[in-house]
Write a protein that binds this ligand. Structure first.
Ligand code: DON
Length: 623
């Protein structure tokens, strides 16, 4: 009974629905006995027909496996896509395509047919094209070229591999058809140098010993855009991965490629020792090993297994996936969502009137032409309805070149439009650095890139209401502050005597977490941020939980029982504020209890107002 398992790295015990699925599929298909082992290469005829393995590898290196998944066999034609890819990366597309075409032959893998017009072998998946690709493996000696070829396959497998000398010799002794093909290509100039030496590289590549797990990881590397899932090494440019997968789709299964594409719809490649690999781009690499072959030289159980996996998990390349519409996860108006800045009543009122001019688009998932087009269309639709648009990239997982180019052009377009378009939370992993550059790679005034939505919203709000605020920039007198609303001029005079005017530079820490709370402050000009210390995934030491603007108090908790400060207060810009000793204020309140009561009432009113707004915001975000 074949073994079953799931594991990242070394195999572990049976877990989860997918392992069960693979195990059940294995148990069912191991009973299929049709087909025969390859006999035209004598060494291959010794294969054990009952050998069978299924391995599914994910693009992050996980593997689900069943059967003889670590039994080795020769890779045969499954080596061809990797050697072709290596030739593309080494010599470039144009040169390689001058030596081999990309046209499906519709013939058997060892057919002696060439392109009538160019004499090129039709594609790199049939033996002729593979021999032409083997001729492109750099090196001055056969040994050097074989080592280079082996190194390529080893890096895809993620472990050292060896060549089966017995199979190599068997190929070499009986490979007359391939020899004929090689000499015809020497004759037509498709290869140069010694055909025997080139065949020694080709036979060696076919004789490399791999396990089904190795093949699955090699396929997963292609699914992962050319990056080996476990080693993280880039082994092929993403453009050449696209080329390799295309040729695997049209030519990988030879004169069965049409039916394979129709039924299964995955780029694939088979080998006469019984291996098949199939690739689900962005998701999976699948490998099957079973030496029983059909009349096309493809593994019988391999085809059955891939057909079921494709059908059961909707993995056909042309299975239309869920709509693009989902790229815009949420669209929030400035009426629903505000920045964390604590603003005085007059600023809040000015914002309530105009906040509809701000809109946040939360994006998600992969950005490619289709999804980027949706974002651009929505931005242009909104551009004459709002003045400020924030694109939140926090949930964007990846972006291809096309999407980045389109969004960069959108950044340029927006500069000429009436809408101020800014971006926030560009995730480092999504490869969006080019987009950050298109938006100036910095927050205003130099650019339009914000570390988070909160600071982006704050900038939009302040820019929106700034022109409408008369006192912005001047240091406010005590009497103008909401906190002291309702106090008489005499009481204001008392406070002015108790107040200490303090000024801070940008970045100064006004209050430090853990300090004793003896003073409270009111901002006459400028703004401060409330920062909590801690270590986040990005390794940041503090995070901004709020920002407090002109006219608003901070540290007022000192008035309610003192104790230790629970956060740092940092000047976000040059700040002038009035500091009040809590003890002194209490002393002032003794002869005039109304003074402190009015201040406390104003603080309580403001806190309740903020609570109400916070609930509204949570409602807007939750529903
Ligand atoms: O050259 C040959 O014929 C073998 N070394 C490779 C052929 C092969 O794997 C065809 N695949 N199904």
């Amino acid at each position: 009974m074949g073994r079953v398992g799931w594991g990242v790295g070394e195999m572990a015990g049976v877990v989860g629905p997918i392992s069960d699925y693979v195990a059940e599929l294995f148990q069912r298909l191991r009973l299929v006995g049709e087909g025969d082992v390859a006999r035209y290469i004598p060494e291959l005829a010794k294969a054990d027909p009952s050998d069978f393995a299924i391995v599914v590898a994910t693009t992050d290196g996980g593997v689900y496996c069943a059967g003889d998944f670590d039994k080795t066999f020769t890779i045969q034609s499954i080596s061809k896509p990797f050697v072709f890819g290596h030739a593309l990366d080494t010599h470039g597309r144009e040169y390689v395509l001058s030596k081999v075409g990309v046209e499906p032959s519709g013939e058997a893998f060892n057919a002696i047919v060439f392109d009538e017009a160019t004499n090129r072998p039709l594609n790199p998946m049939v033996n002729s094209g593979a021999i032409a690709a083997a001729a492109l493996v750099p090196g001055t000696t056969v040994m050097e070229r074989q080592a280079r070829m082996l190194g390529v396959l080893e890096r895809f497998a993620g472990r050292p591999l060896t060549i089966d000398e017995a199979v190599f010799n068997s190929e070499k002794e009986t490979g007359h058809r391939n020899r004929a093909i090689a000499y015809m290509m020497l004759n037509s100039g498709m290869i140069s140098g010694s055909p025997e030496e080139i065949l020694d590289v080709y036979f060696a590549q076919c004789s490399v010993l791999v396990s089904c797990s190795d093949l699955a990881m090699m396929a997963a590397t292609l699914a992962n855009g050319g990056v080996q899932p476990r080693t993280g090494e880039r082994l092929l440019s993403s453009a050449h991965v696209r080329d390799v997968l295309t040729v695997m789709t049209t030519c990988g299964m030879y004169n069965y490629a049409g039916e394979w594409s129709y039924e299964i719809g995955m780029p694939a490649k088979s080998g006469v020792a019984g291996g098949i690999i199939a690739v689900v781009p962005g998701q999976l690499g699948i490998a099957i090993y079973s030496p029983l072959l059909d009349r096309f030289g493809n593994s019988v159980r391999g085809i059955l297994a891939c057909r079921e996996i494709s059908r059961d998990f909707h993995l056909h390349a042309f299975q239309v996936q869920p709509s693009l519409g989902a790229v815009i996860r949420r669209e929030l108006s400035g009426l629903e969502v505000r920045c964390k800045r604590i603003r005085p009543a007059w600023e809040r009122a000015a914002l309530d009137e105009r906040a509809g001019q701000i809109c946040v688009l939360e994006l998600q998932g992969a950005l490619f032409f289709g999804s980027a087009e949706r974002v651009i269309r929505r931005v242009t639709e909104l551009s004459d309805k709002v003045s400020f648009l924030v694109l939140d990239f926090h949930r964007v997982s990846s972006a291809d070149d096309a999407a980045i180019r389109l969004l960069a052009e959108l950044a340029e377009w927006a500069e000429g439009s009436s809408v101020r378009l800014v971006v926030a939370r560009l995730p480092a992993h999504a490869g969006l650095s080019a987009l950050s550059q298109a938006f100036g790679s910095a927050p205003p005034p130099d650019g339009r890139v914000f570390p988070d939505v909160d600071t982006a919203l704050e900038w939009c709000e302040t820019a929106l209401i700034g022109p409408h605020l008369s006192d912005a920039g001047h240091a406010l007198a005590l009497a103008a502050l909401d906190l002291f609303k309702g106090l008489s001029p005499a009481q204001i005079k008392v406070l002015e005597r108790a107040a200490t005017a303090m000024s801070y530079k940008t970045g100064d820490v006004i209050i430090r977490e853990g300090d004793s709370a003896r003073l409270f402050f009111v901002i006459a000009r400028g703004s401060v941020s409330v920062r909590l210390r801690g270590v986040s995934a990005e390794g940041r030491l503090t995070t901004r939980v709020a920002s407090i603007g002109q006219g608003m108090p901070f540290g007022e908790m000192a008035l309610f029982g003192g104790g230790k400060r629970s956060a740092d207060i940092v000047a976000e810009e040059p700040v002038i504020c009035y500091g009040f000793s809590v003890d002194e204020l209490r002393d002032l309140g003794r002869p005039d209890p109304d003074l402190l009561a009015t201040i406390l009432a104003n603080i309580t009113f403001d806190l309740s107002e903020r609570l109400r707004r916070a609930n509204e915001q949570i409602r807007a975000l939750e529903f």
